[in-house]
Design a protein around this ligand. Sequence first.
Ligand code: SF4
Length: 444
Amino acid sequence: MDDLTYRQQVLDPVSSSFCAAKWYNATIWLGSGMTTSCHHPPAHLVDIDKVRANPKLLHNTDQKKDDRRKMLAGERPAGCEYCWKIEDMGRDAVSDRVYKSKIYPIEALHEARDTPPEQDINLRTLEIAFDRTCQFACSYCNPAFSSTWVNDIRKNGPYVKLESDGRNHFTHTHNSAQLYKFGEDNPYVNAFFEWWETDLHRTLDELRITGGEPLMSGYTWKLIDWFKTNQGKSQTRLAINSNLGMEFDVIERAIDSCDGIELDIYTSNESVSAHAEYIRDGLNYGQWTYNMERIMKGEKLRGLHVMCTINALCLESLPEFLTTLMIWKNQYGRDFPNFTLNILRFPSFQSPLVLPDAIRMRHRDRLQAWLDQWNKNVMLHEHEVHHLQRLIDYLDVVKTPHSESFDTPKLLNDFKQFYTQYDSRRDKDFIKTFPNLQQWYDSL
Ligand code: SF4
């Protein structure tokens, strides 16, 4: 069933705002006790006292139960704005509501429909972050998710003169994102391991570990060791989000420890060479491609996935990057790698929509030309075509990054302010790296 038909025939009969992710999927940051249903809605806090008594409340928070009630009534939870905005584009646009529901069996959707919204639900897919330890400090990340970003703020102070950064992502070290150090008594980590031992290792289809960089967290290795010493006890697929910015033997050790279980690796990138190293500070593009090739040659994974965060700068070489992925697919198979294109919303001054119309249309045309060239290639998944078409439409139609930031002058100010400071803190050179943007950048 194609994606649009799925939306019309499976989701809409439940309700026009139904999304199974609200029931069966969660991301939980165990360092801070925050959770959300998917990456789009803002995260909210898990009640620390309640979760000590019932570890299932790591996911079944009062807010999620209220959102479920709304969805069953056909109302749109405000936190899911990302999906509503895409659906309101009116081109039979398919939002993530479809992709994030389609992965579950139809019976699970019926069970969600028929379960009272206040009842606790067993997760089917879970993403956890143990802590924010990370050796990268990507431009679109912030200290809440990267200890290297914390070091930047500690060493150089806050970024200044940013006007649209209402959430103050770049002005402080976000200590609330990491309440406990590794080895300290952390009730959220305790709840996870308790739930894992009693239930999750049997009920979860997929557990995905994110970070920070998970392969730098002691808790990740504790879990990997659990799989190693409990072979055959769990059928849960394991997925690891890794920036792949380390020596290959570390990656190999994780892969080998998970022998006998299905393992996926998710990694992030969205441009090539100097562009990638500029945007994802800490990345060595040669090391990343080397590790990608070694993983694919090893043939031990279920899938290797590239998550592209579509920002203003990556568009300069996104077509070349996608071509690299297609060359790998042709060599190693359709899922080696596969990719998703996730349009960046925050920080909104890094959104593709800050670019002037002429540059944005140039990118739209190049992406359309790329799609015309590769569209019929059997290695391209349907969701990859749709993500690309969605990005092309997004560059074309939507004029504002999100409903809270209509103020283009502020976004342009912040774009210039941020990258000027980023250059001097990180020893980078915007104009040298992105000469095509020089004229516009100088005019800001
Ligand atoms: S943002 Fe979209 S995909 Fe995520 S939970 Fe909401 S409706 Fe589902």
